[in-house]
Write a protein that binds this ligand. Structure first.
Ligand SMILES: [Zn+2]
Ligand SMILES: [Zn+2]
Length: 211
């Protein structure tokens, strides 16, 4: 499987734009899922174009939570591709979606691809089963990394955690993971890097992680 960070507070690949927010493309098991949409539709679509990602090839959109820096580009994306959108139950229905699926409990999205379900009445994370273990993608981790990892662990052993880890400082929780890409709103990236130099992967718009 392949994860491409499209939208992030920092840039990985020259030519892309950094902006506060998060979005990534997940390509796994023949499906393409757009995870979150950043703050701004223009930057989202421009970065997608520069990464050779065709919006029309996206099979579904997965929205982690309804904060502006994750849904800001949703309307512009849906005006091009009115795709199926998975949102947490507590969210408002987005305009222009082909179909909206409100998620409360853990649910299968595609074969081997799941939502943790809405945690703490705010946010869901995406979980992809791979041969090496589970890959967990988080938006801001408002329910807490501990809760997210616990929810994901019902499906197996977590191999990787990628995304925004807002307020996270229980660094020992990452002990059993093999790969951590803390990005977007993570405050303690230097601490995570220092403690886990072999697991740490730097994020940024344009970063590609293949697992
Ligand atoms: Zn947030
Ligand atoms: Zn955020």
């Amino acid at each position: 499987m392949k994860i491409t960070i499209i939208y992030d507070n920092e840039v990985w690949k020259e030519g892309l734009r950094a902006d506060w927010g998060f979005s990534c493309l997940i390509e796994a098991y023949g499906k393409k899922i757009l995870f979150d949409t950043g703050s701004n539709g223009f930057i989202l679509l421009d970065n997608m174009r520069k990464l050779d990602i065709d919006p029309l090839e996206i099979d579904a959109v997965f929205i982690s939570h309804f904060h502006w820096d994750h849904i800001g580009g949703l309307a512009d994306f849906l005006s091009i591709n009115p795709a199926k959108v998975y949102i947490p139950l507590s969210s408002d229905e987005p305009q222009g979606a082909g179909k909206t699926i409100k998620v409360k409990e853990y649910v299968k999205i595609f074969e081997n691809i799941f939502s943790t379900g809405e945690l703490d009445d705010i946010e869901q994370s995406l979980v992809i089963k791979t041969v090496v273990g589970l890959v967990v993608i988080a938006g801001c981790s408002h329910p807490g990394v501990k809760n997210i990892l616990k929810a994901a662990s019902k499906l197996g052993k977590v191999y990787a955690l990628i995304g925004g880890l807002h307020g996270f400082r229980d660094f020992h929780l990452l002990e059993d993971l093999e790969l951590v890409c803390p990005t977007h709103c993570t405050q303690f990236i230097p601490e995570i890097k220092l403690r886990y130099p072999d697991k740490y992967v730097k994020g940024g718009a344009g970063k590609v992680i293949e697992i």
